[in-house]
Design a binder for this molecule. Structure first.
Ligand SMILES: [Zn+2]
Length: 655
């Protein structure tokens, strides 16, 4: 099995695609709006779990596997994509350079160390006599065994060196323990000691389930801080992490909504209560990096704020006190301005719900799980929430106070990206303040906001580069049979050794009304990448076969294996390039024909299924294909006949 096959066998294309495309089930497939071309009318983008492929039946008329999807989405080359997917799939790649190999093995070692630490603390929690208080605490929170196991809840001994000694004995150096934040170093005193002592240990995992750090809760009533997190490390970056994403991502996708809470315990309790689309921000303001991660699964976020939390207070403060105060307040968890910007930039739907006073998601779910979904359903859009909070305690006879509220809320409204929504909130605010909307629109605002919140606001939107332009061509299927695959290998092998063939084959294809050989013609991601390189060489004059060593440098280790195989294929005995090109063109047409036919069969099957499910949207797309595909077959056949005739003529001429 090649490394790409190995990676593909371990990943589900559904997981990868639905990070950025919202999909709905359609028969045994999934449909959504194509992320590669602008379209909001017909969901013409399909994912086929059976074959682990995707295809856009719209303007792109393209398809592929998980590799081509990521390459297009991220604008990456094959090498980057391979590294990304290999890591995700837990497949080890042969390191490319000694330095890289060293760096990677170091990173792996740290990841292993963190995983081992999670196990170590968990075992202590389960069995150590000293962990009795920790177990009582967890018992008091009504957490059951499966929950404790799922989150690997642990305990750190009340000792300055137990953890250090344990891992030193396992071959980890102090330096490594410091790097992952398990050991603290006091450089002045030259002392080193365990960072976590007598604490309940909650492993924090990234979206892929790797332990990257810990949240540690004190077990002393007076203990401070209440929660001690791992320090910032290369793998532990709070602004990029969401607690519970690894256990919750599937449910977030299914629920089409992510609920963001404040505490680890809230997530754990919700998970136990069966509400698994819940994640926690990491004690900081919600960042765009966090929302971007969540956006892979849904664009609808509900922020569940504790009523007594700094967040809600900050909201009120921001609306009652001068804005300068808020500007200086760096520890604002809930920042309406930031959220509205996030919302516009991410095209997301962010809503807010406040927990009843004195309660948090943890206590609510523990006391009466049925109340949780009711509360979440009451979530309000950010601006509506702010208007609500701001006008709740407002004295309607105090004109100055009304102006002050208006001055706070108006910038928020002006920041809303959508004009209809913006209009809606002008009306809403006018109503809430009992004033005329025209008067409201004439209010002069204090000077432009600066500092904390505007840093979020002023940052230019990060533009996604797709590295992808839609080429209107009809390369359709991505079907894969052994015969087609052999023909493709043959084509690449011949062209690698005789680069001029690329041009000769394309010339012939275009002459008979077909498109030039393109990446989409190939099934294997390696082949697509090799073709891309071949085109680059051809444009630059092409490498002579003599300098095959250079080729390895360019391709990198992963593609080299495949290229070596392609070069080992027997060269066609007919060394005359024109004749060889004729044969290869027929071969290209053959595999194209095979793909379209296969697609046609699939489409017929899908039509039956969508009729049974009365899925009109999908049916329309498939029926369109049913009309178009036979035409494509016809065109390929026509080209094939033309080519065969030309070949026969040439053969006759030569005799
Ligand atoms: Zn498309």
């Amino acid at each position: 099995m090649s490394v790409t096959q190995e990676i593909k066998s371990r990943l589900d294309i559904m997981d990868v695609v639905s990070e950025s495309v919202s999909l709905r089930k359609s028969g045994r497939n999934y449909a959504g709006f194509c992320p590669f071309h602008t379209n909001s009318r017909t969901p013409a983008f399909f994912v086929f779990p059976d074959t682990q492929t995707w295809r856009c039946f719209g303007a792109c008329a393209e398809g592929g596997d998980v590799f081509s999807f990521i390459m297009k989405r991220e604008g990456w080359e094959f090498k980057e994509t391979l590294q990304h997917l290999a890591q995700r799939a837990g497949v080890e790649l042969e390191a490319f350079t000694p330095e890289e190999k060293k760096r990677r093995s170091h990173a792996d070692k740290l990841t292993d160390l963190l995983a081992a630490a999670a196990d170590y603390f968990h075992q202590l929690f389960l069995h150590a006599p000293q962990a009795k208080q920790a177990r009582q605490y967890v018992h008091g929170r009504a957490l059951a065994e499966p929950t404790i196991a799922a989150f690997k809840i642990g305990y750190a001994l009340d000792s300055w060196d137990a953890c250090r000694t344990h891992f030193n004995a396992q071959g980890y150096s102090d330096q490594e323990l410091i790097e992952v934040g398990l050991l603290t170093e006091n450089e002045e005193k030259g002392s080193r000691y365990d960072r976590f002592r007598n604490r309940l240990m909650i492993p924090i995992r990234d979206g892929d389930g790797r332990t990257v750090g810990f949240g540690a809760r004190t077990l002393d009533k007076e203990g401070l801080p209440k929660y001690l997190n791992s320090p910032q490390t290369p793998v532990f970056d709070k602004s990029h992490l969401l607690f519970g994403l690894d256990t919750g991502k599937r449910d977030i996708r299914e629920a089409r909504q992510a609920v963001i809470v404040e505490g680890y315990m809230d997530v754990i309790q919700a998970w136990q209560g069966g509400f698994r689309n819940v994640v926690a921000q990491m004690g900081t303001a919600l960042t765009e990096a966090q929302l971007n991660q969540l956006k892979r699964y849904t664009k609808r976020f509900v922020l569940a704020l504790d009523a007594d939390a700094a967040g809600a207070k900050a909201t009120l403060r921001s609306l009652q006190v001068a804005r300068e105060t808020l500007d200086r307040d760096v520890d604002v968890k809930f920042d309406a301005y930031g959220l509205v910007h996030h919302e516009g930039r991410l095209q997301a739907d962010i809503r807010i719900v406040t927990m009843p006073a004195g309660e948090d998601p943890d206590s609510i779910i523990r006391d009466d799980p049925g109340r949780w979904p009711q509360l979440v359903a009451q979530a309000k859009p950010v601006v509506a929430y702010v208007i609500d909070v701001a006008t709740q305690a407002l004295d309607m006879s105090d004109a100055k106070a009304k102006t002050a509220v208006a001055q706070q809320v108006i910038p928020l409204i002006k920041d809303i990206a959508d004009p209809i929504e913006r209009d809606h909130y002008w009306q809403e605010l006018a109503r809430a303040l009992h004033v005329d909307e025209r008067a409201l629109r004439q209010i002069r605002l204090p000077e432009k906001p600066t500092s904390a919140r505007s840093t979020t606001a002023a940052k230019p939107a990060k533009k996604r580069v797709n590295g992808w332009t839609a080429v209107p061509r009809k390369v359709l299927a991505n079907g894969h049979t052994v015969a087609a695959s052999m023909k493709q290998s043959d084509y690449l092998g011949q062209c690698l050794q005789r680069p001029r063939l690329i041009h000769l084959v394309n010339e012939r294809l275009v002459r008979c009304g077909q498109t030039a050989v393109a990446e989409a013609d190939f099934h294997d991601p390696e082949d697509r990448a090799i073709l891309r390189h071949m085109h680059q060489w051809a444009a630059a004059g092409g490498p002579a076969v003599a300098v095959i060593e250079d080729l390895w440098d360019i391709l990198g280790d992963a593609l080299t294996v495949r290229a070596q195989f392609l070069l080992s294929l027997p060269l066609a005995p007919d060394a005359e390039l024109e004749r060889l090109a004729d044969t290869l063109v027929l071969s290209v047409l053959d595999w194209r024909l095979e793909k379209v036919r296969q697609l046609l069969n699939e489409v017929k099957q899908f039509i039956k299924e969508s009729q049974m499910e009365n899925d009109q949207d999908a049916l329309a797309v498939y029926q369109q294909q049913l009309r178009e595909l036979p035409l494509t077959v016809l065109q390929i056949n026509k080209a094939r006949n033309a080519m065969s005739a030309a070949n026969r003529r040439r053969a006759t001429d030569m005799t």
